[in-house]
Design a protein around this ligand. Structure first.
Ligand code: GLA
Length: 659
């Protein structure tokens, strides 16, 4: 048995990590001294260094220039600031691409992704992997015993795919491991269709540019392969740094709800789960988007997690980028802490003056230490330090799990589907939003996870399910759980082969669907009226079994009189998407019957309540002033005030209540 891995607690030690990506190579050394002074002022205790430093560390092949990083690490340590040290492998130096063009990825059209941006590496390139391992090895050896080192950050936002020749060769190896021989591949991919039968492995390619619709299972397997190849790149570097520093935890930062990585699988390979989160300050659903990503990250971590990046104010990659208004940075930071973050960090410390992100905010913006953003950052740093001792390490589990699986997402996204309006991530967001608006706390789970601890499990949509997942859902209901499923669930198996009858027979039996005759997708603006609500997006022509109850029935149109919502015991099936308020109310009422309810009764619409251990966070996402009824007396950790019966929250106000 190997020793248990250190987690985030080994780094935080009762503090909330506060800081951000620090790119000192963009600044003269004299500025570094200003930086550490301001970091101290702002309560920064952690910075992430080296993310894009490869060409500085290895300006020519095999040359190492660590002197500047030595001085920087020493300086940070002298000022009590810990370092999350990144391997620089997401942005190879130009010389690598020039000397070894095979390290550059190609897109599906065969175009090379050149240097001049970032992430221009082929996950499959042996040469890239060798060079990445070498710089990682030397970095780890050099700083293994440096007292500033707290955490390893491998690469950055792994996201590249590659359709090139070396990737094709690795894809074939990956397919051999998955499907065995060509007969297995031909069967899984259904190559009897359109004369696609493969007689030689050399014929098997990534799904490159094609005249018309590509083979869906080829596309699905390529997405799996891409996630696995990137994971191999991650674990290769992780294993190097672990060998040098067994006691230092390792992470890599996820993008939120990112289609390119099976994050359930990846999280298993991390000591600390971290995520980058950039809700749009102008999006009325920004807070809920944040809540979703935070719920998912907490669920992947199974404990405290790290907000690796957020913006102090504006980003620069939306069509129009507005700053965060006063108070919003604080509110959204506390929202992350409420949902289990023990680290609140930013991209980036000091706003760049050159390069592609010079209009992206920093903790220290172009306005410098007198700018509003920095002043707000400093106040937040002080507040986080105040609440940290009573907050860190605590974990909460929700009563409700929302199921999500990347493989189902990938399979559902094929271009030949019945409606491009139906999108896995949109549905996940819509269902989570309905639960969030009902003030119901949610975890996320994988369909093969043990769901026994949850009172209610909801499936916005899981188009493809393995047999194991199907059995898991059936078993969950058999053991007393309440399951609510949206349409297009269990339609296909893991190879995207449609299940007999258009939906897995075990699931049809579970929900009381006798025959699923036809799918009836709806146009934009079109609704399917039922006797209970208006359905959107989708509708279905189904017959029910005698023991199933039609909880809502289509009225008018081609489906008149057919069931829209079916229930058999504790298993619910929604063949359409109820309008937002109806979905919220339906899920709230099913939750009540399942024995769970809102985090706090009688909450105003704009106020979110989140429990973390026995702490209660109140977060006001509105601009006016509200009064929240909270039975009993509570001490607000932010202010020290004791509240009895009510808490008044101003614009973007927050309270962290201890019993
Ligand atoms: C990502 C990256 C950062 C930076 C930010 C900008 O999260 O990891 O390097 O580009 O986006 O928002």
């Amino acid at each position: 048995m190997s020793a248990p891995r250190p987690g985030l607690g080994a780094v935080t030690r009762g503090r909330i990590l506060f800081g951000g990506d620090y790119n000192p190579e963009q600044w003269p050394e004299v500025t570094w001294h200003d930086d550490v002074r301001l970091m101290r002022d702002a309560g920064v205790n952690s910075v992430t260094v080296g993310v894009f430093s490869w060409s500085r560390l290895e300006p020519r092949p095999g040359v190492r220039e660590f002197g500047w990083l030595d001085r920087l690490m020493d300086l940070l340590h002298e000022h009590g600031i810990g370092v999350v040290l990144a391997t620089p492998t997401s942005a190879p130096p130009p010389w690598l691409g020039r000397l070894h063009p095979e390290t550059l990825p190609r897109d599906a059209d065969g175009r090379v992704e050149w240097w001049g941006g970032r992430q221009h590496f082929s996950h499959s390139s042996a040469v890239y992997r060798r060079h990445a391992a070498a710089i990682t090895e030397d970095l780890a050896a050099r700083y293994a015993h440096h007292p500033a080192l707290t955490l390893w950050h491998i690469n950055n936002e792994y996201c590249t795919a590659d359709w090139g020749d070396e990737a094709a060769a690795r894809f074939r190896d990956w397919l051999r491991a998955r499907h065995g021989d060509l007969a297995g591949l031909n069967s899984a991919w259904g190559t009897a269709f359109w004369s696609q039968g493969y007689g030689d492995w050399a014929e098997v390619l990534p799904p490159r540019h094609a005249h018309y619709l590509k083979n869906p299972t080829q596309v699905l397997d390529f997405k799996r392969f891409t996630s696995d190849m990137l994971l191999e790149c991650y674990t290769a570097e992780r294993d190097i740094v672990r060998r040098h520093t067994p006691g230092v935890p390792v992470t890599t930062n996820f993008m939120p709800l990112w289609a390119g990585q099976d994050a359930w699988r990846w999280a298993e390979e991390e000591d600390v789960v971290s995520v980058d989160l950039y809700p749009d300050p102008r999006d009325p659903h920004g807070a809920q988007h944040g809540a979703l990503v935070q719920d998912m990250t907490r669920s992947q971590a199974g404990g405290p997690w790290m907000l690796m990046e957020q913006a102090a104010s504006a980003v620069n990659w939306r069509p129009v980028n507005r700053p965060k208004p006063p108070g919003l940075n604080r509110l959204w930071s506390l929202q992350a802490v409420a949902r289990g973050a023990d680290a609140v960090c930013y991209f980036q410390w000091r706003q760049s003056r050159q390069g592609a992100e010079k209009f992206h905010s920093g903790m220290v913006g172009h306005a410098g230490e007198h700018g509003r953003a920095f002043r707000e950052v400093g106040r937040l740093g002080a507040e986080l330090a105040r609440i940290a001792p009573e907050v860190t390490g605590r974990h909460s589990r929700a009563d409700i799990a929302v199921l999500h699986d990347w493989h189902a997402w990938w399979a559902s996204a094929h271009e030949g589907r019945l409606s491009t309006r139906v999108d896995h991530a949109d549905l996940l967001t819509t269902w989570h939003r309905a639960l969030w608006r009902a003030h119901l706390a949610t975890d996320f789970a994988h369909p093969e996870h043990d769901l026994g601890a949850y009172r209610m499990v909801v499936v916005p949509q899981l188009y493809a399910l393995t047999d194991r997942a199907v059995e898991n859902l059936v078993g969950y209901v058999r053991d007393g759980g309440t399951l609510v499923s949206g349409f297009l669930t269990g339609v296909a198996d893991q190879d995207d082969r449609i299940r007999e009858g258009g939906m897995d027979a075990r699931l049809r039996a579970l929900f009381g669907i006798r025959t699923l005759h036809e799918w009836w997708p709806l146009e934009t603006g079109e609704t399917a009226t039922t006797d209970a609500f208006d359905g959107t997006l989708w509708s279905e022509e189904i017959d029910k079994t005698p023991d199933a109850v039609a909880e809502a029935v289509y009225r008018g149109g081609d489906l008149d009189g057919l069931p829209a919502v079916l229930r058999t015991g504790r298993a619910w099936y929604l063949s359409t998407l109820p309008a937002p308020d109806a979905l919220r109310d339906l899920l709230a009422s099913i939750a009540r019957d399942a024995g769970t309810g809102p985090v706090l009764a009688g909450l105003p619409a704009d106020v979110e309540a989140v429990r973390r251990g026995d702490l209660l966070f109140l977060l006001h996402h509105g601009r006016g002033t509200v009064t929240v009824e909270v039975p009993g007396s509570h001490r607000d950790l932010l202010t020290g005030t004791v509240h009895t019966g009510t808490v008044v929250l101003g614009r973007y106000g927050a309270a962290v209540l201890a019993p």
